[in-house]
Ligand binder design. Structure first.
Ligand SMILES: *[C@@H]1O[C@H](CO)[C@@H](O)[C@H](O)[C@H]1NC(C)=O
Ligand SMILES: *[C@@H]1O[C@H](CO)[C@@H](O)[C@H](O)[C@H]1NC(C)=O
Ligand SMILES: *[C@@H]1O[C@H](CO)[C@@H](O)[C@H](O)[C@H]1NC(C)=O
Ligand SMILES: *[C@@H]1O[C@H](CO)[C@@H](O)[C@H](O)[C@H]1NC(C)=O
Ligand SMILES: *[C@@H]1O[C@H](CO)[C@@H](O)[C@H](O)[C@H]1NC(C)=O
Length: 500
């Protein structure tokens, strides 16, 4: 794999939507990804449709990656544990109206696999902190979905709930590289940088230019800017990032989570409060910093590299390793030492120091996490609203010294992939999603095989990626914790050589 770094000037360096036509560039360094060696210099001309190329400005260099977007190079097996029957959560028995599901789905107190995925290699698994549906992407870039489906969020053209993963046929001719789940809607991103959406659209969260009850089959969002590289979903809103680092949002603006300096509220007929939803991806234009005395200063040059959404808040990471947050501020989830809602992306001070920036960001339903450049994990917000909230990013001391590779959080349980172990914690009760005994506090397990877990096993399989999901609160308010974990395991190395 190669990256081509082009030094020189484009004909239209400031044009954000370059037109098809001739491009020229002068000096080019062919840079080998694996050996970190510059191989040679030469001069190239690019003729053709620029939209085929991803263009990013990195300092005074332009880098053109003559490749389509890539999906993770993981080849894994999907493993599930936790509660799997929505109707059983918070109840002793499945209610009468859901009798058809009575014999389906137990709480799984250990990792299990889906039979239908025996021959399927998985590169990534996706859900959201308020979703009750899940997605997986195979190593061929095919998207599968399963779970609840009242609004067609599974993309199969109907609203039948699915107990096991099923290929989304209408996207089968596309190569999907990533996806995101909102409460009742889904976004999928193709390797060409086009986003498809399906599911609930009452608040415009599908970005298709209108508000409809539900869209049962995938349709492209209405957007004609630069190719997209990231998608994320909150409960009833969505975010996309283009290859130039511009952030766009659409859907429900209720708590300012869209970042357009408004909560969209207006009084409609009969004194009813309604919301002016964004129906088409709209660029988030302003990023700010607030001083202690409330003075607001705009922060220029924010190039968005990653975005993560909680239920009603959003977090971004920019190219300078800064973190911004906005939306619902309750319980300190924004990390600004106050609970006010923010209508515009606001800088999180703690990560705004050279050498102490953030490397990765994650969100739970009402909380946020960042992994610092130095490797420390920070947490803010709450996982249990009857306990104290963390109002600003605080280091998770128990994980000092661990190399955190991934993190997932639903409503209250947290799962961390660190070194070659998986660490989980969260308040009780649980439904098996923490795997070992559900006790308050943190505990550790090492996972090696799909169905057995024991300490200190030298097998090299380990959990590569993970996520947690919690069904939405309203319907199951009786239950206090509802979480699901999906683990994606790295495949067994094919021929581990024995030492003589
Ligand atoms: C969204 O889905 C959840 C279950 O997934 C359901 O309880 C809720 O009513 C849905 N919301 C709407 C507005 O349909
Ligand atoms: C909503 O927009 C989509 C995409 O533009 C279109 O296919 C669909 O027919 C529209 N629905 C309604 C009810 O206007
Ligand atoms: C998010 O907003 C919804 C309404 O859109 C509300 O019901 C819910 O409680 C909020 N959730 C959080 C975590 O703030
Ligand atoms: C490690 O796990 C493998 C696969 O589950 C099992 O066969 C082996 O006995 C385990 N070894 C130890 C030391 O537990
Ligand atoms: C939150 O904490 C309280 C007090 O420790 C506990 O009783 C309750 O079960 C917890 N709730 C959840 C959702 O874990």
């Amino acid at each position: 794999r190669y990256n081509l770094f082009l030094k020189g000037s484009w004909r239209q360096p400031n044009d954000s939507t370059p037109k098809a036509g001739k491009w020229n560039a002068f000096v080019c360094i062919l840079y080998c990804h694996y050996t970190n060696v510059c191989l040679f210099f030469f001069v190239i001309w690019i003729v053709g449709n620029p939209s085929k190329f991803r263009i990013m400005t990195t300092g005074h260099y332009f880098s053109v990656i003559l490749q389509k977007l890539e999906y993770p190079k993981v080849k894994g097996q999907l493993v599930i544990f936790g509660a799997t029957n929505w109707d059983l959560i918070g109840r002793k028995e499945v209610p009468k109206q859901s009798a058809a599901f009575r014999n389906l789905g137990q709480n799984l107190w250990g990792p299990h696999r889906y039979g239908c995925l025996n021959d399927v290699q998985v590169s990534s698994v996706i859900s959201g902190p308020c979703a009750a549906h899940s997605l997986l992407i195979t190593t061929e870039g095919k998207l599968w979905s399963w779970g609840r489906n009242e609004k067609g969020q599974l993309g199969h053209g109907d609203n039948k709930r699915l107990e096991a993963p099923k290929l989304i046929e209408t996207l089968a001719d596309k190569t999907i590289v990533s996806a995101a789940c909102g409460r009742n809607h889904t976004l999928a991103l193709t390797e060409e940088g086009t986003a498809y959406s399906f599911g609930e659209n009452k608040l415009g969260q599908l970005g298709q230019g209108n508000q409809t009850d539900a869209v049962l089959s995938p349709a492209a969002i209405s957007y004609n800017g630069q190719p997209l590289v990231k998608v994320a979903c909150g409960a009833e809103f969505s975010m996309v990032v283009d290859c130039k680092g511009n952030l766009y949002s659409f859907g429900c603006p209720e708590y300012g989570q869209l970042g357009h300096n408004s909560d969209g509220k207006f009084i409609a007929r009969a004194q009813r409060i309604e919301f002016d939803c964004e129906l088409i991806a709209r660029r988030v234009a302003i990023f700010i910093e607030k001083s202690k005395d409330g003075q607001v200063v705009p922060v220029p040059n924010v190039v968005v590299r990653d975005v993560a959404c909680g239920g009603n808040h959003t977090l971004i990471l920019d190219s300078q390793k800064r973190v911004f947050s906005w939306g619902w501020g309750g319980y300190g989830r924004l990390g600004h030492t106050e609970q006010k809602d923010e209508m515009v992306p606001r800088l999180v001070k703690l990560f705004d120091f050279p050498g102490r920036g953030a490397a990765q960001i994650f969100t739970g339903y009402q909380c946020s996490f960042a992994l610092s450049e130095m490797g420390g994990l920070f947490f803010w917000g709450v996982t249990n609203t009857s306990r104290e909230s963390t109002m600003y990013p605080k280091s998770v001391q128990d994980l000092c010294g661990w190399k955190v590779r991934g993190l997932a959080c639903g409503k209250s349980s947290i799962l961390v992939a660190a070194d070659e172990s998986t660490i989980s914690w969260g308040p009780s009760p649980t439904f098996g999603e923490l795997v070992s005994s559900p006790i308050d506090g943190m505990h550790r397990f090492i996972s090696h095989a799909p169905f057995t877990l024991s300490e200190k096993n030298e097998t090299t399989k380990y959990i590569e990626q993970l996520l947690v999901r919690s069904p939405p609160a309203k319907k199951w308010s009786r239950s206090r914790r509802k979480c699901f974990f999906f683990f994606l395991k790295k495949g067994v190395p094919r021929c581990a050589k024995k030492k003589r």
